[in-house]
Each structure stands twice: as structure tokens, then as C-alpha cells.
Design a protein around this ligand. Structure first.
Ligand SMILES: *[C@@H]1O[C@H](CO)[C@@H](O)[C@H](O)[C@H]1NC(C)=O
Ligand SMILES: *[C@@H]1O[C@H](CO)[C@@H](O)[C@H](O)[C@H]1NC(C)=O
Ligand SMILES: *[C@@H]1O[C@H](CO)[C@@H](O)[C@H](O)[C@H]1NC(C)=O
Length: 444
């Protein structure tokens, strides 16, 4: 067993730390001494007021906090009796309406470009599969953990917002209602309940999508050449909260079971897409159809993301998780700052440091060792239990448990614990100080 010796680095860190504090103290005393020689009001300053003012300045330079009690009486779109949350009626001029609301709620206008509302959900009734509700709960915990770490909001829907869309199409009605409910959110991020975030640190590169309104995992050649129904994946995608998206949702929903033309659309989608065998127009194949047939109208604003796992197929991922853990632990063992304990609320402070080491991680493909952002258990159907017969025995549940614990370890670590065995979510061990400088073997 190779024990990695990194303890020699620790004293360097403390020495650096001590000399830094010393330098700051000297600077402060010098500053104080200089000023106390002058004949200004400054002469009464004490070191403690310098400290308290520094702290104050630091605080006021932080983004303004959201004012959740401020809702002025001026009318907004909420007061318009004609405006509805359902797909029954289009909303005119949504961009202006949203803008007016933001003007009346200025604290929500700051940093709006980065504001995400994560939506997910499941059926209203208990799962048929005995393990289903447990897996749904853990899937929700996984998303709630991610949102807390990154300051995003989350909404879980287990109601059917449209009686005709109580299936894979349910998301379309939930997204529509959420855009109205959350004018302060720039992005609505839909995630299926069986999609799991497996890189808790990864942040969606929103600046990349400045010119786009719908970001969906997808491959252009599979859309435009193969006309495949799996050319995109609607298990995890982002939609900008804007007029364009509302119009798109209306058109999208016009192909769904709520439309009188659903039969026509089912046949059309089936005959257009090359590899679709399950009958009916589902939300994913309808999206591929719209990309194919109405590219001019919608295509420019749709970003097909395949540079990272905005959706990752679990079968390609789960077998690699142990190797990925090993690579991350190796890196942490070598780089003290990466294994330093930090408060959960500032976990993002390490992003920049990690980025440097992940540059060599070989991208996001099969050969790389970067944690996949999202692992999607397509075909597993944890709630109904009606899994794809290709996935034998308990392969789905074992893999889900593994991915959930893989993700949970990234979270639990900030609470001082980890699962020693990805196959067993019940066992945890207290993480020793400076882990994994010495204890790397425990987890691999
Ligand atoms: C520190 O804060 C006090 C009270 O706000 C203020 O009167 C004083 O001028 C500040 N001093 C400095 C150095 O900013
Ligand atoms: C928030 O809004 C309320 C009601 O308008 C107001 O009284 C309060 O001062 C605001 N708080 C902040 C921190 O601006
Ligand atoms: C999982 O861990 C718990 C707690 O340590 C233990 O009691 C249980 O036997 C373990 N289950 C398996 C299948 O190893």
C-alpha cells in the first residue's frame, strides 16, 4: 500500500498563515501609528474600530439580499384575471410583464442572469415498486443538496397540473406554471426524478447560453441526419423564463395528449423519426420533431449541449465511479487546499482550484475521469418498477444506490462523514482531519 505523505506540507501552510497574520498586524499598527500623529478626527481611532469598519465595508460590498417582504400595491400581471398559469391561454408580452414586476421588486433584479429554479417531480400516488418511494426521496434529497450548496431554488411537483398530462408530458405544464410563479428566476431547470446530480461542485455554464432560450442535451447529427428520437434528452434541460419559451411550450404542448390532434402527431412523429418504436408522441420525440421540421423558427435559440453530462446515460457511467473517486482522492492527497475543511456555504470557493486539476481530466467522455454532472437512470422506472427488460435483475437499483452514495459523499463530507462503501447507504464513517492525505486506502 502506498501511503501518500503530505503531512510535511502542513507546517508550511501554518507558517505562511502565521506570517500573513503578522504582516497584517504590523501594517495595521503602522497605519494607526501614522494617523495618531496627525491632528485629525482620525487620532481617536482604535484598532478595533478599524477592524469593525473593515468588516462593515466587506459586508456592504456583498450582493444586496433579496427582500421577501417587499411587494408594493401597484398592479402587476398577477392582478390580471385573464392571465392563467395553465396552458389553456397564451400570455402576451411576457417579457414586458416580467420586466415590470422586476422593476417593482428591485432586490430580485440583481444577479438575475444567474438565478435558477430547479423543477422536478413524480406521480401523486405511492410508487408501485417497493423501493420506488425510497429512491424518489433520495433523488429529491440529491437535488435539494445541490440547490442548497449553490443557492438555487427548487420545486417538487407531485400533482398533475393538467389532467391530460399526467405522464412524461407533465413537465410541460409544471414549467409553464413555474414561469408565472417565479418571475425572479431567469432559468427553469427541469430534471426527471430518476436523474441524479453526480458532481455536486459543477455549475451550469450559464454564460455560454447568453444567446439561447432552451438548453437541452443533444447531438446535431443525430437530430438532422439520423432523425433519432434519442438525439436529445428531456430528462434534464434548461428553459429561459421568457416570451419565446412560453410560445415554445404552447407549440410543444399542441403535440401532447391535451391536443385534439394528438393522434395525428403520434403518427407523424412515428413516421418521421427513424428509430422510435414505442407508439405515441412523447415530449422527447416531439422536441426532436420540432427541431427537424421547424428549425428556422426555433432552432437558433435552442442549444444542443454535449460538452458535459447535462444528461449522462447511467450504463456508461456507473462502472467508472470507483476510478473517478480514486482520481479525485489522489488529487486531494497531493493538493492541501483541495482537502481543506470548509463551511458548506462556501464550497464554491474551491471551484477555481479544482478547475486547474480537472483540466487534465480528459474531458467529459468515457476516457475522462471528471465526475459526470448528471447520471440519468433512463429505462429504470424506479417508481412503477416497469424497467426496460434489457436491465436484468436488480442492476438498476444497485446502480442507483451507487450513484446516490457517490453524490452523497460529496455532500456528507462537509458534515464530517462519508459512506465507506458506495453499495451501502446505511454506513458512514467520521472523516478524519486532513483526509485523504493519509487515509486514501479506506475508500478505494
Ligand atoms: C468607521 O465607522 C464609523 C461609524 O459608521 C464612522 O463614523 C467612521 O468614519 C468610520 N471610519 C473609517 C476609517 O471608515
Ligand atoms: C424590504 O421591504 C420592506 C417593505 O417594503 C421594507 O420596509 C424594508 O425596509 C425592506 N428591507 C430592506 C432590507 O430593504
Ligand atoms: C450496511 O451498513 C450497515 C451499517 O453499517 C450494516 O448494518 C449493514 O449490514 C450493511 N449492509 C450490507 C448489505 O452490507
Amino acid at each position: 500500500m502506498t501511503r501518500i505523505k503530505v503531512h510535511t506540507k502542513a507546517p508550511t501552510f501554518f507558517r505562511d498563515c502565521r506570517s500573513f497574520i503578522l504582516a497584517v498586524l504590523v501594517a495595521i499598527l503602522l497605519f494607526y501609528a501614522l494617523w495618531s500623529f496627525t491632528e485629525t478626527a482620525w487620532t481617536n481611532l482604535s484598532v478595533s474600530t478599524i477592524f469593525s469598519n473593515t468588516t462593515t465595508d466587506h459586508c456592504t460590498s456583498q450582493p444586496q439580499s433579496l427582500n421577501r417582504t417587499h411587494d408594493p400595491p401597484e398592479p402587476t400581471f398577477y392582478d390580471d384575471p385573464e392571465l392563467c398559469y395553465t396552458l389553456d391561454k397564451p400570455i402576451d408580452n411576457w417579457d414586458d410583464k416580467r420586466k415590470s414586476w422586476l422593476k417593482l421588486h428591485p432586490s430580485f433584479a440583481d444577479n438575475i442572469q444567474d438565478r435558477i429554479l430547479l423543477l422536478t417531480g413524480s406521480q401523486p400516488s405511492p410508487c408501485k415498486s417497493p423501493i420506488g418511494d425510497h429512491l424518489l426521496l433520495r433523488g429529491f434529497k440529491n437535488k435539494a443538496d445541490y440547490c442548497r450548496i449553490h443557492g438555487y431554488d427548487i420545486f417538487y411537483s407531485n400533482a398533475c397540473f393538467d389532467p391530460k398530462l399526467c405522464n412524461v408530458w407533465a413537465k410541460v405544464a409544471v414549467i409553464r406554471a413555474s414561469m408565472v410563479a417565479h418571475p425572479e428566476a431567469e432559468w427553469i431547470w427541469w430534471m426527471d426524478s430518476d436523474a441524479i446530480i453526480t458532481d455536486m461542485d459543477f455549475k451550469i455554464p450559464l454564460q455560454r447560453y447568453k444567446e439561447h432560450n432552451l438548453v437541452v442535451p443533444g447531438w446535431p447529427n443525430l437530430v438532422y441526419e439520423k432523425k433519432s428520437w434519442v438525439a436529445v434528452n428531456t430528462g434534464s434541460f434548461l428553459m429561459r423564463n421568457c416570451e419565446w419559451s412560453l410560445e415554445f411550450l404552447d407549440v410543444w404542448a399542441s403535440m401532447s395528449p391535451r391536443s385534439p390532434d394528438y393522434k395525428y402527431w403520434s403518427e407523424t412523429v412515428m413516421s418521421t423519426l427513424s428509430d422510435k418504436v414505442i407508439p405515441g408522441a412523447d415530449e422527447q420525440s416531439s422536441l426532436v420533431y420540432l427541431l427537424l421540421r421547424e428549425k428556422k423558427k426555433w432552432g437558433d435559440m435552442i442549444y444542443l449541449e454535449n460538452q458535459y453530462y447535462l444528461h449522462g446515460y447511467w450504463v456508461e457511467i456507473v462502472g467508472r465511479l470507483n476510478d473517478i473517486i480514486k482520481k479525485y482522492l489522489d488529487t486531494e492527497a497531493k493538493v492541501p487546499v483541495l482537502r481543506r475543511r470548509v463551511a458548506e456555504v462556501v464550497s464554491e470557493s474551491l471551484d477555481g482550484v479544482w478547475e486547474k486539476y480537472l483540466r487534465d481530466a480528459g474531458g467529459f467522455g468515457n476516457s475522462g475521469w471528471r465526475r459526470p454532472f448528471i447520471t440519468h437512470f433512463t429505462g429504470c422506472q424506479p417508481c412503477t418498477g416497469k424497467r426496460d427488460p434489457a436491465y436484468k435483475g436488480n442492476a438498476c437499483w444497485v446502480a442507483m444506490e451507487k450513484a446516490l452514495n457517490f453524490a452523497d459523499n460529496q455532500v456528507l463530507r462537509r458534515y464530517g462523514f462519508m459512506h465507506p462503501d458506495l453499495g451501502n447507504g446505511s454506513s458512514v464513517f467520521p472523516v478524519p482531519f486532513d483526509f485523504p492525505a493519509d487515509e486514501k486506502e479506506e475508500l478505494v
